[in-house]
Design a protein around this ligand. Structure first.
Ligand code: SF4
Length: 379
């Protein structure tokens, strides 16, 4: 007798860690005897793996759910999982959520601690346990695969909601990461993209030895001679001497692109944000990177419109971006997030000219992109 499989559609918003988790969720759905479909109109259940890093990310969740409501008559249940679900649960915003959504659909919220629990089984109840027991064997695309090594962040940068939403800091067992990479390499993946909420904070104890993210990376490069490693965002504070020695030794096995969030180019703002480095220290680290890997690709995150940003500080930021010569920057308008230090200190305020500032930095970004493209064409 043919048991009808439940059909799931998974939509992912946000960071590479979310994309990894959605891929693992798809594998677990298939391992549990159910089906993953490519179109939400064919799905019984729709899973929205959400992001809450900015108000714009929130809006994306509503827009998508309304589209599902309009276009699909098959959907029995929507699961909103991950950071925005966690935010909605923590801040008791479910009622507000449905008021704002307007459409009447059965929606279930699963926070970051239970995001795999869309599959009705105790095996998938706890995110951390799930990621310590299950691993990926394939990834969308053919040569590059994301491998999550840790979750959570204890930095509590003043503007950031992530530490409040993501799980407490944990590092995946070393043997689990090795097993995952082993299977991915067997399936033909040669580029391993190390992802996590704050990968630089990986710390795993094994046989009286502590592995940080550099030790883990070195272990992967030694055990799998065919792979190239890529890193998701690295915090400036994690680019220490040990990191530069590692880079010197394995520069030919590391993809020459580093995303190093700067956020602001003013020491007073950086201190207020709780970023633990100065503008000068940041510049030094970029110079060291370029010394070890000439022509290395460097991108960054920038926040404009932070409450204590003056016009003068903003103009200095724009000059600093050009001075560093990033290949590109992601510019974010400061977005007050309920519960963060900056929200408590400055309230729910957004600078009137923040959109203008974003446009201005994106014009610089276009010039940086053109310069980078010309370099590529020369190669
Ligand atoms: S390092 Fe700062 S910005 Fe990054 S996730 Fe942690 S708190 Fe947020």
């Amino acid at each position: 007798m043919n048991i009808k499989k439940t059909r799931y559609f998974v939509r992912t918003f946000g960071c590479k860690t979310n994309q990894y988790e959605s891929q693992l969720l798809k594998e677990l759905i298939q391992q549990s005897g159910n089906e993953v479909v490519e179109e939400y109109c064919d799905a019984d259940y729709v899973v929205v793996n959400s992001c809450a890093v900015t108000q714009a990310a929130e809006r994306d969740v509503y827009k998508f759910i309304r589209r599902v409501y309009r276009e699909s008559k098959n959907v029995k249940q929507i699961y909103v999982v991950g950071c925005y679900a966690e935010y909605t649960i923590q801040k008791c915003l479910k009622e507000k959520f449905f008021e704002r959504l307007v459409v009447n659909l059965p929606i279930n919220f699963l926070g970051c601690k239970e995001k795999y629990n869309v599959i009705p089984s105790d095996m998938y109840k706890d995110t951390t346990i799930c990621e310590s027991k299950f691993w990926l064997r394939k990834f969308f695309g053919t040569t590059r695969a994301y491998v999550k090594i840790q979750d959570g962040c204890n930095n509590y940068c003043s503007y950031c909601i992530v530490p409040f939403l993501r799980n407490r800091m944990y590092s995946r067992p070393l043997e689990m990461v090795l097993k995952e990479v082993d299977d991915l390499v067997r399936n033909g993946y040669t580029e391993i993209y190390i992802v996590g909420t704050n990968v630089g904070k990986y710390k795993y104890e094994q046989n009286n030895r502590t592995y940080d993210f550099i030790d883990l990376s070195e272990r992967l490069l030694c055990e799998f001679p065919e792979i190239t490693l890529l890193f998701s965002s690295l915090e400036p504070v994690d680019l220490n001497e040990k990191f530069f020695d590692f880079l010197e030794k394995y520069r030919n096995r590391i993809f020459p692109h580093f995303h190093i969030p700067l956020q602001a180019a003013d020491d007073e703002i950086l201190q207020d944000m709780g970023r633990n480095y100065t503008v000068e220290e940041y510049l030094d680290k970029i110079k060291k990177l370029r010394k070890i890997i000439p022509g290395v690709i460097i991108s960054s995150d920038i926040i404009v419109g932070y409450p204590i940003e003056t016009q003068q500080k903003f103009l200095f930021l724009t000059e600093f971006i050009k001075k560093v010569g990033f290949n590109w920057v992601h510019v974010f308008p400061y977005s007050p997030r309920l519960g963060t230090k900056a929200y408590l200190k400055y309230g729910n305020t957004t600078a009137k000219d923040v959109k203008q500032k974003v446009r201005y930095v994106n014009e610089i970004n276009t010039l940086l992109g053109e310069k980078y493209f010309k370099q590529l064409c020369k190669v």
